[in-house]
Design a binder for this molecule. Structure first.
Ligand code: DGL
Length: 277
């Protein structure tokens, strides 16, 4: 039996999901959270759908053992490649960021650009979600394979980061998009750079803001919304806890206490597939 005092689990490959965590703090400060970063296996954006599904199942199994009341995939790549499958497999509410982002974008957008990892772009999950809501909307999906590495290495304000961002955004600016979706949770960490390169009229949609609204609705419906008080967030990583803590501090506003956990080895089946993009 779930109860409202249980934690909500969030996960990402790294620090990207902190953009969702921050929205949780802002919009639902009385909820207790558990955050897992699969930093030993980062980036997810260059992996095959089979690998992502395997990782997501491992994480969900572990999150269920931690007794969370809901899981938010604070990762677009996992949401694009695994959400539909795992939703049928687990007896717990699991939310992904893509539908929330798509719904928010079509409210005003007619010419929508989506920047994301290669895996998300290749899945066309955003185009599909957007055009299901409004088939008249035009969508351009651009992969930005360098962004996650730059963010995880804390190279947010380097000239190179600015140059590569300019390169990624150029085709979208040429198409005169009216809306840009952060199709990877890491990208909000580059907000200043991205905003400075886009025409002022282009609205930016961060699905992180909208997934939290959806999570709140779902918790209320289930009678699981906690309005009382929260306990400190628990952080777990599969990689180096110190590296995660010192990088995260700038977005969290505090130095988190981070526990290291071992993830299962990749199954030999997936290693054999070795199906990288
Ligand atoms: N932050 C994740 C996403 O939203 C994954 C990035 C990565 O590891 O490539 O897609």
């Amino acid at each position: 039996m779930k109860n409202l005092h249980q934690r909500i689990g969030l996960f990402d490959s790294g620090v990207g999901g902190l953009t969702v965590l921050r929205e949780m703090y802002r919009q639902m400060p009385t909820e207790s959270l558990l955050y897992f970063a699969d930093s030993a296996r980062l980036p997810y954006g260059t992996r095959s759908p089979e690998e992502i599904l395997l990782f997501v199942r491992e994480i969900l199994d572990w999150m269920c053992s931690q007794d969370v009341k809901m899981v938010i995939m604070a990762c677009n790549t996992s949401s694009a490649l695994a959400l539909e499958t795992v939703r049928q497999e687990y007896d717990i509410p699991i939310l992904g960021v893509i539908l929330a982002g798509a719904k928010a974008a079509v409210k005003q957008g007619k010419r929508i650009g989506v920047i994301s990892t290669s895996a998300t772009a290749k899945s066309h999950a955003y185009r599909q979600a957007i055009q299901e809501i409004n088939p008249q909307t035009q969508v351009w999906e651009i992969a930005c394979p360098e962004f996650v590495r730059l963010i995880e290495n804390n190279q947010l304000h380097q000239d190179y980061t600015q140059q590569i961002a300019q390169q990624y955004l150029a085709p979208l600016i040429k198409e005169e998009i009216d809306t840009l979706i952060y199709g990877c949770t890491h990208y909000r960490h580059l907000e200043k750079t991205i905003r400075s390169l886009l025409p002022a009229a282009v609205q930016i949609i961060d699905p992180a803001e909208h997934i939290v609204v959806a999570a709140e609705k779902e918790l209320s419906l289930l009678g699981l919304r906690n309005y009382q008080f929260s306990r400190p967030t628990r952080f777990y990583v599969s990689g180096d806890p110190q590296q995660f803590a010192s990088l995260s501090q700038q977005w969290l506003g505090y130095y988190p206490s981070v526990t290291s956990i071992k993830v299962q080895e990749l199954s030999s089946e997936v290693m054999l597939l070795n199906n990288r993009f």
